[in-house]
Design a protein around this ligand. Structure first.
Ligand code: CA
Length: 406
């Protein structure tokens, strides 16, 4: 069913082909609960499910998506079919209309209670650029890069929802030319344009999820900005990787778009050469790229349009690698793609790359220049994907404004 009886234009990014999940509250003391966006309205799905006797009413009457995520793939698929029937068949108008709330009347909240958070590094162009900047005297790609999806464990407790202000972090830094480290607010605060994958279901410690089984745990995607203090990062990251230069805040979108909505956006992965080890292979349909078109705005200026479809590793490969040692999954686990960068200069997903570590500042529409972020700057990342029958799948936005250090 490709059309809704609601008054939503056919080219709206939140038509019936999208149907993302979020958590909202509306009015005074009303509690947070799960909502589904259709057009510029939010359907109170727990109330609708309760009124119609459908399943999932309890799982949706919660302040996060986690209980629904725990139900697993068959429940997610059934729920989406139910939503498409409700919103696609006008016979349900009287059941649905009482539970629609205008988007302008709701407050959107962090959609998941983030369990574990992992950040990957799956863009070859990004890894090459960063290697060239941080390690100019060695090969840009490390020897392991094409054999495994490189990642690290981040800090789930500082994942915040779109719209949350970001306080400039303070820490240690030492440029190679400095005699000793200094301490203070970061002077190289940056963004990383990424896609976050929301995981559902669970596994036990000691088990693993294969590439072919990954779809049972991949619930959906959300936009992700991995704020990064490059000066803190550059001094601290050898030998154990990112720490305080990243953990102060990571922003995610308020909407989680189900994987089903991205079926028409699937594209082949880039050629993987050398061939990955068998546990990173699997059926050809299990590993796919996604044709997601990102746009990054700094204040009023579009500074980059990174193409997700060039990412080297598939989400199924990242999930399989993340669990191959027996590490378990929990509902609400979140893993991100790593910065998305394309081959062209205006396709780079971080200021580090766009300005080549501040050496080539970019000019904004008001005539000012930036190497890195200034206090008061607002960064907004949006994305969309092609949907079925010419539809557009909106991924919403993730935005944040920099506040001065405390
Ligand atoms: Ca990152």
């Amino acid at each position: 069913m490709s059309h809704t009886w609601l008054d939503v234009p056919a080219d709206h990014p939140f038509g019936i082909a999208t149907l993302p999940y979020g958590v909202f509250s509306a009015g005074g003391p009303e509690q947070r609960r799960v909502g589904v966006r259709i057009g510029d309205q939010v359907l109170d799905v727990s109330a609708t499910a309760r009124a119609t006797g459908a399943d999932w009413a309890d799982a949706w009457n919660r302040p996060t998506l986690n209980d629904f995520l725990a139900l697993g793939r068959s429940a997610w698929t059934s729920a989406r079919e139910w939503l498409v029937e409700l919103l696609g068949n006008e016979a349900h108008r009287s059941e649905v209309e009482p539970h629609l709330v205008p988007l302008g009347d709701v407050t959107l909240h962090l959609p998941i209670d983030v369990a574990d958070y992992v950040d990957f590094y799956a863009s070859e162009q990004h890894a090459t650029n960063v290697g060239s900047i941080f390690r100019p005297d060695s090969a840009a790609l490390t020897p392991n890069w094409k054999h495994l999806p490189i990642g690290y464990h981040g800090r789930s407790g500082t994942v915040v929802v779109s719209g949350t202000d970001i306080v400039r972090p303070t820490g240690q830094r030492k440029a190679p030319s400095d005699a000793a480290p200094t301490f203070g607010p970061s002077i190289r605060l940056d963004i990383e344009t990424e896609l976050g994958y929301v995981v559902g279901g669970s596994t036990t410690v000691g088990s693993r999820v294969s590439v072919d089984e990954a779809s049972n745990h991949l619930f959906g995607v959300t936009l992700f900005n991995d704020w990064s203090a490059r000066d803190i990062q550059a001094w601290e990251y050898v030998p154990l990787g990112p720490f305080l230069g990243k953990s102060f805040a990571s922003s995610i979108g308020a909407w989680v778009v189900p994987m089903e909505a991205l079926a028409a956006a699937r594209v082949p992965l880039p050629t993987q050469d050398p061939e990955p080890l068998p546990y990173l292979r699997g059926a050809s349909e299990a590993s796919y790229g996604l044709d997601l078109r990102f746009e990054v705005r700094l204040n009023d200026t579009v500074i980059a349009r990174p193409p997700y479809k060039e990412l080297y590793w598939s989400p199924a490969q990242m999930l399989a690698h993340m669990t191959v040692n027996g590490a378990s999954l929990r509902p609400g686990d979140l893993f991100a793609s790593g910065t998305i960068s394309g081959n062209e200069k205006d396709q780079r997903g971080s200021l580090l790359e766009l300005t080549w570590n501040g050496k080539e500042p970019i000019t904004l529409s008001d005539g000012s220049t930036r190497g890195f972020l200034e206090d008061g700057d607002t960064v907004t990342i949006t994305a969309w994907a092609p949907g079925p029958e010419g539809a557009t799948i909106g991924l919403g936005e993730v935005t944040g404004t920099i506040r001065s250090a405390v």
